[in-house]
Design a protein around this ligand. Structure first.
Ligand SMILES: Cc1ncc(COP(=O)(O)O)c(C=O)c1O
Length: 441
């Protein structure tokens, strides 16, 4: 315990409430002053271990690496912005070429955006332009962003959509959320009933397959609850897309950029998409998104899409420096993530055995979720319990983010010091234990 809600923090929160349009803040009183490496510091000098990476933006440490900051500073003194969608530039193209080197063979064109939602808007438009089809298949619990096209595919919370429709021509299908199977079956004896359902209903009754441009999928659902599907679910989506001339679009905004131990999360499933979207960590702290397209899909007509800030030179300078580090150290980073993933999963599995409120733990690499329930048998969502765990952990010096209805996401930077990682897990376990006890007394 160490956190004290002092008047400076209270004042900052009160003024936020008065002057800012409400967003999603509210879980706990974190007023950030700065972040460095494995830690976050608030305006009153409280230090927290960071298991949030500010929503997977700092996959390589708070405020990114020194060479990233140096590259940004250097570029800022030369020129920050040079209208890359209207004029030519060497640096953004060189970065795109290097980015393509970490993609599967055959990926050949890149569009730069400024956020995840914008990268997905581009992917949605491109998939329609390439196929000349209008519909899209997406999934329940998906989160692809909050602007109109992306929001049409997002279906994780009603509040995101309330009073906003009508939205675009998107049909949603159940995702393979096996812990809470919508068909109340168990994997693998279910025989992938969710895939049969998609074939039998959305694809047979709602979506003309020859007028459906794309299947949009998060390889692991993020905001929707850190849901890891069985491999067959992803391979079946690839097959459905192939059989019907649809494109498979992988939203790697949260799961990509080494988070799962591979540059692209979809690679864990042995599947390639036709279009990938990235954001968050690709910008290493500055706003950047990218839509990466299979070369064989061709190009779009001049003027059909563009933006003002895509390819912003300061953002590209930082992104380039981080990518250079990642490419040069790929093998070591991958094995480091495997090692750290084992440490986290072992601790969480042991918590799941010992505490009634830990319903499920799942993840790949360092994209790990823990689902909190009131009762293991009924799986009644432990929403209050999840919030209590997160608040107590925060008060003890650990910052985490929620996901889905009652899950917690554990997304430390992928090279977190192992002692700090263990300390963070100790704080988490202490919170789980304390909240478990409150339930029984
Ligand atoms: C999978 C996924 N797609 C898209 C987005 C939207 O990204 P942004 O908030 O940068 O628009 C997010 C944000 O959390 C995300 O997790």
């Amino acid at each position: 315990m160490g956190f004290r809600l002092d008047s400076r923090i209270k004042n900052a929160i009160e003024r936020d409430g008065r002057f800012m349009i409400t967003t999603t803040k509210g879980d706990f009183p974190l007023v950030v002053d700065r972040t460095e490496g494995d830690f976050i510091y608030d305006i009153s000098g409280n230090r927290f271990i960071d298991f949030s990476t500010f929503i997977s933006v700092y996959n390589f440490g708070g405020n990114s690496r020194k060479e990233v900051r140096d590259a940004i500073k250097k570029q800022v003194d030369i020129t920050m912005h040079a209208a890359f969608t209207d004029f030519y530039g060497e640096r953004p193209v060189a970065f795109a070429e290097n980015l393509l080197k970490v993609f599967p063979r055959g990926f050949g064109r890149v569009f730069f955006a400024n956020s995840g939602t914008e990268a997905n808007e581009a992917a949605l438009k491109f998939s329609k332009i390439f196929t000349k089809r209008q519909y899209t298949l997406a999934f329940y619990n998906a989160f692809h962003g909050r602007t109109y096209g992306s929001l049409s595919m997002t279906a994780s919370k009603i509040v995101h959509r309330q009073n906003i429709g009508p939205l675009g021509p998107v049909v949603h299908a159940p995702y393979a959320y096996c812990y809470r199977c919508p068909f109340k079956l168990e994997y693998p004896s279910c025989g992938m009933a969710c895939v049969d359902y998609i074939k039998k209903y959305p694809l047979a009754k709602d979506l003309p397959p020859n007028d459906t441009a794309a299947i949009f999928i998060e390889p692991i659902q993020g905001e929707g609850g850190y849901v890891v599907p069985p491999k067959e679910f992803i391979t079946e989506m690839r097959k459905i897309a192939d059989d019907n001339g649809m494109l498979l679009v992988a939203d790697e905004v949260q799961s990509g950029y080494m988070r799962t131990g591979k540059f692209l999360a979809l690679s864990n499933f042995g599947v390639e998409a036709d279009i990938y979207t990235l954001a968050k960590s690709i910008g290493a702290g500055l706003p950047m998104g990218a839509t990466v397209v299979r070369r064989s899909l061709g190009d779009i007509p001049e003027g059909a899409h563009g933006n003002t800030f895509g390819g912003n030179l300061a953002a590209v300078a930082g992104a380039e420096a981080l990518l250079k580090y990642v490419r040069a150290n790929m093998k070591r980073i991958e094995s480091g993530i495997r090692e750290r993933s084992k440490i986290v999963m072992k601790r969480l599995e042991s918590m799941k055995e010992r505490y009634e409120i830990v319903g499920d733990v799942r993840g790949i690499g360092l994209m790990i979720g823990m689902e909190i329930v009131k009762d293991k048998k009924t799986k009644e969502p432990g929403i209050k319990e999840r919030d209590m765990i997160m608040t107590r952990a925060f008060e003890n010096g650990l910052v985490m983010l929620p996901a889905g209805e009652c899950s917690i996401r554990l997304i430390p930077q992928v090279e977190i010091d192992k002692k700090v990682l263990e300390k963070g897990l100790d704080i988490l376990e202490e919170s789980v234990k304390a909240v478990s006890k409150t339930r029984h007394t």
